[in-house]
Design a protein around this ligand. Structure first.
Ligand SMILES: NC(=O)c1ccc[n+]([C@@H]2O[C@H](COP(=O)([O-])OP(=O)(O)OC[C@H]3O[C@@H](n4cnc5c(N)ncnc54)[C@H](OP(=O)(O)O)[C@@H]3O)[C@@H](O)[C@H]2O)c1
Length: 323
């Protein structure tokens, strides 16, 4: 099988590529910066430099492959709406068009449960959960619109996966940023500290993607992917902080106050053009309960998360030289 991974130079794409290479799949990696994937190139992955905003580059990348895993995206708590739409929406349109043109057998698109997050607590959400009236961030809006494009391309066999809060070795976004914020004393415990969330260890995400590449009942469907454990977010974070040597206890701050502060910081950022240290989106993500059911993925994909949160944290800290 010949597989193109857009975003093959990023966190999830790199882990997926490594796993597929071990199974002797022919792997193409699309991205812009190949420095982080020297090991994968040495192992036989083929680099396809290109920008998702460039339709011709995407078209070339998709020529001659059997399957496309569309992992690449601009995923950030802050950024210009135009950039989110250009990379995540127009980029996905280019991927869909190229898959059709080259008769790719299946497209697996990585979306996010953030598309249904309405800045409120959510319990045991499944894939029928409605999109909110107002999206919680431009990133969420762009991913929802990209989902629509993929879902509406009914002549192209596709599967949409929504992994929640992915962590593991090589992640630069989630745990490393929270650890840095806690170390510098900038991270309070927001709200009552009792919110439960689902996290997803990277190996489990890779398993889900590989299942989605082949499972017959999955075509045309959307699946939430998590570890299937509803953990107390702040308990997990406190444990991580303690293990990386952060001794100072987190101060507690009310959610309302933090939302007001983040709103002010966003206003300042929109004037200065510099990313705020906190956004209302990040505050809500850290303070709200967000739990999901993975029953559909278990039923249709045969998905069985094989690394639990505790073991995943262990492996992540070990890779960071901590713990
Ligand atoms: N990590 C999570 O917790 C999480 C949760 C839910 C969903 N997701 C989704 O999973 C996917 C991958 O996330 P990740 O954590 O692996 O992100 P990441 O580490 O930031 O990787 C993003 C990838 O997208 C590529 N990319 C970004 N802009 C591009 C552009 N204009 N043209 C070409 N490539 C571009 C990057 O390539 P270069 O760096 O080479 O430019 C990189 O390979 C995304 O679709 C994200 O929305 C992630």
């Amino acid at each position: 099988m010949r597989v193109l991974i857009t975003g093959g130079t990023g966190f999830i794409g790199r882990h997926l590529a490594a796993s597929l290479l071990r199974q002797e799949v022919v792997v193409r990696l699309m991205g812009r910066s190949f420095a982080p994937v020297a090991d994968l190139l040495a192992a036989g992955a083929l680099p396809v430099p290109g920008d998702l905003r460039d339709a011709a580059a995407v078209d070339r990348a998709c020529a001659g492959v059997d399957l496309v895993c569309h992992v690449g995206a601009f995923s950030a708590p802050w950024g210009r709406r135009a950039d989110f739409l250009a990379i995540n929406l127009a980029g996905t349109a280019h991927v869909v068009a190229a898959c059709r043109r080259h008769a790719v057998q299946r497209l697996v698109m990585i979306s996010s449960p953030v598309v249904i997050f309405a800045n409120e607590d959510m319990h045991e959400a499944d894939e029928s959960w409605p999109y909110p009236q107002r999206f919680c961030s431009p990133y969420a809006l762009s991913k929802k619109l990209a989902e629509d494009l993929v879902r509406n391309a009914t002549d192209l066999p596709s599967v949409i996966l929504r992994p929640k809060a992915v962590f593991g070795p090589g992640d630069q976004a989630m745990l490393p940023r929270l650890i840095a914020a806690a170390r510098s004393g900038r991270l309070p415990c927001i709200g009552d500290g009792m919110n439960r969330v689902d996290l997803t260890y990277i190996t489990n995400v890779v398993q889900a993607i590989e299942l989605a590449m082949v499972a017959t009942p999955a075509v045309g469907r959307t699946y939430t992917i998590t570890n299937g454990e509803h953990v107390l977010l702040w308990e997990v974070l406190r444990d991580v902080f303690r293990r990386v040597g952060i001794r100072k206890p987190l101060r507690r701050r009310p959610l309302k106050m933090m939302l007001a502060l983040a709103g002010l910081l966003e206003l300042h950022a929109s004037l200065s053009g510099r990313e705020p240290v906190l956004t209302r989106y990040s505050v809500n993500i850290l303070a709200r309960t967000q739990t999901y059911t993975i029953a559909a993925a278990q039923r249709d994909l045969g998905y069985r998360p094989c690394v639990d949160v505790a073991a995943g944290i262990e492996a992540t800290l070990a890779a960071m030289g901590a713990g």
